[in-house]
Write a protein that binds this ligand. Structure first.
Ligand SMILES: Cc1cc2nc3c(=O)[nH]c(=O)nc-3n(C[C@H](O)[C@H](O)[C@H](O)COP(=O)(O)O)c2cc1C
Length: 163
């Protein structure tokens, strides 16, 4: 199998099975972000409430992660998450933004979001332009899809947390 993308980033990232402190399970009601995700980037994100970001996500580094997500008890789906200050947009507060790799018909503000964070992908970066940011996020999505195919990662979909 070809394990490197044309951008030069490896398609499989993270150890062969989740390693401590992962999986990290986080749950909260989806809040509104700045709304740039879907409008400017074409990549909608569900923002975690700030208490969940403050409580559950203080011990892991700022950066981009992959794992599984579930909205209101629905299907468990692959996700990528950005944890940090979005240097490209120079946010003032640390946020946790989850892009679920699935086409949803509606947004889901207020609905219950459960995530299992399984591995770090990369550090947050600033970019020359929006296109470069979008290209990197699309690469994160491919990496998440490939990395989550491994059985130790697939297994987490059936964790009792999601039931
Ligand atoms: C997988 C993923 C990776 C991201 N990586 C970066 C990054 O490296 N630098 C950055 O400034 N923002 C990054 N972002 C954050 C986007 O800029 C952010 O989702 C966008 O500004 C939408 O935010 P909003 O919903 O609050 O408007 C990333 C988002 C996702 C989902």
């Amino acid at each position: 199998m070809n394990t490197t993308s044309c951008s030069g980033r490896p398609l499989i990232v993270g150890p062969s099975e989740p390693e401590k402190p992962y999986p990290i399970f986080v749950e909260g009601a989806v809040i509104k972000g700045f709304g740039r995700g879907s409008k400017q980037l074409g990549i909608p994100t569900a923002n975690l409430p700030s208490d969940a970001v403050k409580l559950a996500l203080t011990d892991i580094p700022i950066g981009v992660y992959y794992g599984w997500a579930q909205v209101d008890g629905g299907e468990v789906l692959p996700m990528v998450m950005s944890l940090g200050w979005n240097p490209f947009f120079k946010n003032k507060e640390r946020s946790g933004e989850v892009h679920i790799i699935h086409q949803f018909r509606d947004d889901f503000y207020g609905q219950n979001l459960k995530i299992a964070i399984l591995s770090y992908i990369r550090a947050e970066k600033d970019y020359e332009n929006l296109e470069a940011l979008v290209d990197d996020i699309n690469m994160d999505i491919r990496i998440a899809e490939e990395s989550l195919k491994r059985s130790a990662y697939t297994q987490i979909k059936t964790a009792s947390f999601f039931n």
